[in-house]
Structure formats: C-alpha cells, structure tokens
Design a protein around this ligand. Structure first.
Ligand code: ACM
Length: 263
C-alpha cells in the first residue's frame, strides 16, 4: 500500500516563476505522499498564442529551475513526482511528462497524440512506453488526449504497469467516459491530475480522478476548485488479471483473429 496525491490547480499561462512558487507551496501539503501527480504543462500553462510562445517557454529539463525545485522536493520528502512539462530537446519541443524520484530525474514520456493546436507547436512523442519500478509500484505515463487511443495503455499494462499516471488539461467529458473502460480492460489504476481555470477561449474542467482496476471511481474532484486528492493504493489489486474465475484480460485475447482481412 502506498499513498498517492493528485494536485488540481490553475497554472498561469506564460508565468513560469509564479507557477513554480505556487506548485512548491502545494507540494508542502503532500509531504507524506509517496507518489504525487501534477497536471499537463503545469509550469507553463497550455493555450500558447503561437508557436513562438510555446518555444520560448520550453525548457531542457537539465537546466530548468522548475525541475530543480521538483528534484529538491522529491529528495526532501523521499517521494516520486510526475508533472506535465514543455520540454525542449535539440530543435524540437515536446508535450512531456517527467518522472522525478528521490534521487533525481528518472524518466520522460512524450505525448504521442497531440490535441488541436498542440499539433502546430509540438513534435509527437517518439513511442517510448516505459514502465518504471519505484519500489512501491510499477508505473507508466500517458498524457491527456492519449485517453482516446487504447493501444499504449494496453502495452504499458502488458509490461506490468500497475498504475498509469495521466497528467491532463482536459476540456471535455470524454476522458470520464473512456478511462473507466481502459482501467477495467487492463486492470490497472489510473491517476488523472487535471487542471482548472480559463485561458482565452479554453476552459479546463477539473474533475481530477482516481480509477481502480475494476473501472470504479475511487475519487473525483469538482470542476472549479484547487484540490488535492489523497488516496491509498494497493498495487497488488492490479496484478490479478482475472475478470471472472475463467477469464484473464490478457490471456483470453485472440490477437491472431484481430485482422481486418479475414472475411
Ligand atoms: C488535451 O489533450 N490537453 C485535451
């Protein structure tokens, strides 16, 4: 059993310094959580006016004051922190999720399925679907609109992820419809940390949520308020892949039949 915390708040578009101060304050409230999840693009905001703005706000994690702050918090409290991050790498920028542990940065996932204007700014992720063993759980990462594409979640689960962390900036209720099914089909926990607030024409809908391997909501935040959801999680519950005494969610698959050419 371990303690998780999802942080729902409203980053300020383009104001990294203010966002760092705000997030550092929020993190003081989750010192006893082993795993903390922050929203997508938590340090920069989301609705960039143009590509120039997205590029100007992008950072290499190695030189980022935001990452430095998270590294020092994670070391101080002996915890793992996941955050959305506008990542600059060589001449590209990615909508990424960083995993930071007590000893420093551990891994990165780059969003594969870009939503709306993100396509104008970011390069889609390069397909690395890694599962990280924290010692208290095995976890993978997906980001926001990735909820619409079931294959990577299945791959993470087949690579033994017990918990899939999902930093988000959700704008519709579609994830609320899709994610319980994804959790059930793969028998994994899903931790979605969404943001709130409005940036120009976009209003983000909060509702950060924790879903168990039966597809049930353990907790769901409201749409408008800053919120921290704490939840104890038993990752063992994800290891039982039987859905009835005679049905296993992976072993009962018929991949040889899954072709469009067989009739
Ligand atoms: C989204 O992918 N941020 C909707």
């Amino acid at each position: 059993m371990f303690k998780s915390a999802l942080i729902q708040f409203a980053p300020i578009l383009g104001d990294i310094e203010t966002n760092i101060l705000h997030i550092a304050k929020l993190l003081e409230n989750v010192a006893d959580a082993e795993l903390v999840v922050l929203p997508e693009l938590a340090s920069t905001g989301y609705n960039f006016r143009d590509r120039e703005m997205a590029v100007r706000l992008a950072e290499n994690p190695a030189g980022s004051r935001y990452v430095e702050m998270l590294v020092s918090q994670a070391a101080k409290y002996g915890q793992y922190i996941i955050t959305g991050f506008n990542e600059q790498a060589e001449d590209k920028i990615y909508n990424s999720s960083l995993l930071i542990g007590p000893s420093g940065p551990v891994g990165v996932y780059r969003k594969m399925h870009l939503f709306m204007n993100e396509k104008k700014y970011f390069t889609p992720g390069d397909g690395k679907l890694c599962v990280y063993d924290t010692g208290f759980c095995k976890l993978g990462m997906q980001i926001c609109f990735d909820y619409l594409f079931p294959e990577p979640w299945r791959i993470l689960a087949q690579k033994d992820a017990e918990v899939i962390c999902h930093p988000s900036n959700l704008l519709t209720q579609n994830a609320v419809k899709a994610l319980p099914g994804i959790a059930l089909m793969n028998k994994v926990f899903i931790l979605t940390a969404n943001r709130i607030g409005t940036e120009a024409e976009l209003t983000f809908n909060g509702g950060s949520m924790l879903i168990n391997p039966s597809g049930d909501f353990l907790q769901k935040a409201d749409a408008d308020n800053e919120y921290i959801l704490f939840q104890d999680i038993d990752p063992q519950l994800s290891r039982d892949k039987m859905i009835t005494p005679l049905n296993h969610v992976f072993d009962d698959r018929r991949p040889e039949q899954y072709t469009a050419d067989n009739c």
